[in-house]
Design a protein around this ligand. Structure first.
Ligand SMILES: Cc1ncc(COP(=O)(O)O)c(C=O)c1O
Length: 372
């Protein structure tokens, strides 16, 4: 062991020693690790939008620190979400909102958050990096909330994370279940509703913030708005909750170019573009949903209330390998609770989806031929 390794072994925080970093889509397959052949890679593994918008940036003030919470950005999102400006906090993606909530409302090492797996991985990772415990109330077989199991954690958790539509199962939670949970935890925990995919779904829960002051909603520009690259998300909550989060947030979380771009995305023409993109993706998703179950042993899993499709196959490893070899990247979800054999496809452009379907068909044709 060299000197530095042994020094780090002494210094690194105990709870960090055994942590494994989140295996994000981009860490698994980075854009730099593409093969050199001429086929353009197809990225269908991070639930991003498949096309980028066109934005202007103005570098005149880049010599100055930006505002912590730029007024025009906050006003733009409040207007879009139908909430008051005092109820909006801008963050570096919804991921920073998750982290801030945990760092602000949980004390290490005794406090816990509650999650409902299979669900988005960052709730647990963020908790563990802050040395906060994670309780689990797994979803029912149909991926609805297990109300009874969740309620049993009253008094033992500071934050309850509900993801709706849920990643990776794609189902929007029943509103009556969400309200049932919210009411149950009224005097003991904040209930965080992660609406990263809300633009693809049939309802949103913003009205709950006024009825239930312990509700917090997470949003992002990474999905329907097609801006995953700028890292911009929002936490919607009562001003008193936001006031606490502002104690913990970095002094300049939103860089000036990010604010410039996000403000354009939230303008009325930006919103029209976003809504048109959602409609196109939903049409593409319908095609995938019709085609996939007609191929091989593929069975759809969950619902399609977001911009992705989850399915299972007994050939998931071989299929993944085949697609990676062809520079088409989808996401293996089989390590998630109750999702053995499941893979997730983010809906891409018509051409990308057509290429994917054609490759999946080729894969099963080869399987059948070799089985003969
Ligand atoms: C449910 C859910 N919440 C939050 C995020 C993170 O979003 P952001 O890019 O805004 O950090 C994701 C990203 O995949 C997600 O699936």
């Amino acid at each position: 062991m060299n000197k530095l390794t042994s020094l780090l072994g002494q210094l690194v925080a105990k709870h960090v020693q055994h942590l494994v970093p989140y295996a994000s889509a981009r860490r698994l397959f980075s854009s730099a690790s593409q093969s050199t052949d001429k086929t353009a890679p197809v990225w269908l593994n991070a639930n991003e939008a498949p096309v980028a918008g066109d934005y202007q940036i103005d570098s005149d003030l880049y010599n100055r620190y930006p505002d912590c919470q730029p007024d025009a950005l906050i006003a733009g999102y409040a207007n879009y979400a139908g909430v008051k400006v005092s109820q909006v906090l801008a963050t570096r993606g919804a991921d920073e909102g998750i982290e801030l909530l945990i760092r602000t409302f949980c004390d290490a090492p005794n406090d816990h958050i509650l999650i409902c797996p299979p669900t988005y991985g960052m709730y647990a990772i963020s908790a563990k990096t802050a040395n906060i415990g994670v309780y689990q109330a797994p979803l029912n077989d149909d991926f609805s909330l297990d109300i009874h199991a969740i309620k049993a954690f009253k008094g033992q958790t500071n934050l309850v994370f509900l993801c709706s539509p849920n990643n990776p199962t794609g189902n929007q939670l029943a509103l009556e279940d969400v309200i049932n949970i919210v009411e149950h935890f009224a005097d003991s925990a904040l209930v965080v509703i992660d609406e990263a995919y809300v633009e693809f779904a049939s309802y949103n829960t913003t009205a709950l913030i006024d009825d239930y002051p312990h509700v917090v909603i997470l949003r992002t520009l990474s999905k329907a708005f097609g801006l995953a690259g700028i890292r911009c998300g929002f936490t919607l909550a009562q001003p008193e909750v936001i006031e606490q989060l502002l104690k913990v947030i970095a002094p300049y979380p939103i860089s000036a170019p990010v604010a410039d771009i996000a403000i354009q995305a939230l303008s009325s023409s930006g919103l029209t573009t976003m809504q048109a993109q959602v409609t196109t993706l939903q049409m593409e998703q319908t095609k995938l949903v019709e085609m996939l179950p007609t191929i091989g042993d593929i069975e759809l899993v969950g619902q399609q209330d977001a911009n992705f499709v989850l399915f299972k196959t007994t050939h998931k490893d071989a299929l993944m390998q085949f697609l990676v070899h062809q520079q088409v990247f989808i996401r293996d979800q089989s390590k998630q609770l109750n999702l053995a054999q499941c893979l997730r496809i983010s809906v891409g452009t018509a051409q990308e989806n057509a290429r994917l379907i054609s490759l999946i068909q080729q894969f099963y044709a080869i399987q059948e031929a070799t089985a003969l």
